[in-house]
Design a protein around this ligand. Structure first.
Ligand code: 5GP
Ligand code: ZN
Length: 140
């Protein structure tokens, strides 16, 4: 899908701060984070949303989310991790390539799914590098 931002990122035609990649999925930092550590996980194949996503890809993305969530929680010293996923414009989806948001959450702070501003490139790069290191340590 040449007009899909995430397909372009997957193809290497647009840059991203990559956290992890395998034969089924890519994980990278959200460019406009709702908070520090906001990651996205996308299947490599283009499917707009949950309605047409093959189960195998759904499970691969979920499995990786379960692997990354505790590392992200630890790295960000968060109280929890929100795993969010929107389907359709009516639900607030803005990029129509299926993806999960992983967003660190803190007691007493209101939840937000979308950031307003682009994240600082050096902070996104540092977080991506730290998470890559933690995944490597874990043997992913
Ligand atoms: P949605 O609203 O579809 O659930 O979330 C789309 C997310 O993609 C938003 O949080 C937005 O900041 C993020 N996003 C949009 N364009 C880009 C991009 O070019 N690069 C990255 N890394 N994230 C993007
Ligand atoms: Zn796509």
């Amino acid at each position: 899908m040449s007009d899909c931002i995430f397909c372009n990122i997957i193809a290497g035609e647009l840059p991203c701060h990559e956290v992890y990649r395998d034969e089924q999925l890519l994980c990278f930092m959200d460019i406009a984070p709702a908070g520090r550590g906001h990651c996205l996980i996308v299947p490599l194949d283009h499917h707009a949303d949950i309605f047409g996503l093959p189960q195998e890809q759904l499970l691969a993305v979920q499995r990786f989310a379960a692997r990354l969530a505790p590392l992200l929680k630890h790295y960000c010293a968060a109280d929890g991790i929100g795993v969010h996923q929107l389907n359709g414009a009516a639900a607030g989806q803005t990029v129509f390539h299926y993806h999960l948001h992983l967003i660190p959450a803190y007691q007493g702070q209101s939840l937000q799914l979308h950031g307003r501003d682009a994240g600082a490139a050096d902070e996104l790069a540092a977080t991506a590098a730290a998470l890559r290191g933690l995944l490597l340590e874990e043997g992913c």
